[in-house]
Write a protein that binds this ligand. Sequence first.
Ligand code: 8YV
Length: 324
Amino acid sequence: MAVKPNILVTRRWPAVVEQKLAETYNVELNRSDRPLSPSDFREAIGRFDAVLPTVTDKIGPEALDVPRAQTKILANYGVGFNHIDVDTAARRGIAITNTPDVLSECTADLAMTLMLMVARRAGDGERELRAGNWTGWRPTHLVGTKVSGKTLGIIGFGRIGQQMARRAHFGFGMDIVVYNRSAVDPAVLAQYNARQVDTIETLLPQCDFVSLHCPGGAENRNMINSARLDLMKEDAFLINTARGEVVNESALAQALMFDTIGGAALDVFEAEPRINPMLAQCDNLVMLPHLGSATREAREAMGFRVLDNLNDFFEGAAPRDLVA
Ligand code: 8YV
């Protein structure tokens, strides 16, 4: 590269990645780590060759329809890119890349964490203990639900869904049922002794646990609504590490309040970081602050994957994770 491209990193990244980026490019870092405002973002599109956003940057048409836009690539830090208006980016000739693979195991680990926490009432127990309310062991205290050997429904059988199946099947002897919008290779299903069903309606009534691993975006918005929650067993649990918008939160809060399902565990929220106040009132709910990929290993690997995509792009090759 004769002239180093100008790059904006919209949030703080792991130090080793920021350092590596700065060796290769003219990098502007966001040292305050405050999310960019819409006007900051428009300004950035007019000034930088590449912008490196995260899920906290809502990049709609107004952010991208900038006269004399300079940005040629949005190299997203994260696998999900439903926060970016893909059609407007394509119209403006802006490439989009993401960071698949490197976070699949850690995200599935967190989905397992949530499944175990909600089934075994770990949140209730921790709250009780820290509040100084634990009066001691007794046979009827915080009795939860056994996970091992139960049936797990996985909605979205991509890389993360498959890692979830691996953990649940080999670690916990669970029976795996899959819903996926396209047919899954029978050899892949066979690895986990999983069976694919054609509709979500067929999957839900069979499952003790349902874990969401599909993308966000318009296609899957409110996929889990009150009609579908009604199809779940009354002691079944819902786990969401995908995107908040996939679940209708008011319908979920109703189901939790009226005990029409056993419980839920969420890592993602429709209007995060704001939490629907109805959800906050539900005891049979575990909530984590979008920690799916939050390990040192995954977050560094995500950064290096963005770097690989940028290098491909500025060397004139097709970026390896081009999504649009
Ligand atoms: C990321 C995620 O931390 O990769 C994703 O899609 O949801 C998270 O693991 C976040 O999106 C970073 O932008």
